[in-house]
Ligand binder design. Sequence first.
Ligand SMILES: C[S@@+](CC[C@H](N)C(=O)[O-])C[C@H]1O[C@@H](n2cnc3c(N)ncnc32)[C@H](O)[C@@H]1O
Length: 260
Amino acid sequence: MTKTTNDTWNPAQYALFQEQRSQPFFDLLALVQPREAMRVLDLGCGTGELTKYAHETLRAKETLGVDSSRAMLEKSAAFASASLRFAHADISEFTPPAQFDLVLSNAALQWLQDHARLLPRIASLVAEGGQLAIQMPANFDHPSHLVAKEVAREPSFRSLWKTEDRPVNVLRPEDYATILNELGFQKQHVRLQVYGHLLRTRHHVVEWVKGTMLTAYKKDLSDRDYERFVARYTEVLLPRLGASDPYFYAFKRILIWAKR
Ligand SMILES: C[S@@+](CC[C@H](N)C(=O)[O-])C[C@H]1O[C@@H](n2cnc3c(N)ncnc32)[C@H](O)[C@@H]1O
């Protein structure tokens, strides 16, 4: 499991598609069975807005959101209270003193490698009778992702990368179901869901991935090279998305819920 080092997250860019990005979180939360006085942990809480939503919806006793990006966490300060706290930590190393009734993670674990090892670690944070709820994008075979890899291998970019490769960390839905069973979860719900986003133009796909997937490329590049990379990415991508606007962005996600 690798640690996130560079902070290339930009809350304003991420917020551009807030409505579309929030729906999977609401769908994930709908899988959770509310219990009295829950203690909730949100791994990769980002700006904390959805953490607050979960905290209030579940009427949790205590909620802790953790994230490795100080830029994202800065926003969360506005939502903090005596029962809703935020902390700077890397998921791969975070070791709380006690377990939680619900461990939640929305659109964050895809950044961490080796899920066969990560899942047992995260499961160990769930208390007896507790629940796990995870949502991750699984859209790695879409041109929006494939073109970034392709352009990164072009001669004018390939010597610039500090990271050897950007592996796809997300496993198949059935792999998560099997892992959860092996970890002793009594109940589970794992599904692949396609979210259809009708974007005004194909260019909006570029703005979308600038807020997420492209941050992994940005961290290795100077501002000038990143601009050049995005320009070339856009040039190659747009024709692959078809000839006309609006663009229907079909986006696959995996939703996971399990109970001990
Ligand atoms: C796409 S955002 C999702 C934020 C929030 N969960 C939401 O749904 O709005 C992903 C978040 O995961 C965080 N993240 C990525 N890798 C992490 C790690 N290893 N440890 C902690 N946070 C991490 C990023 O900093 C970022 O804030």
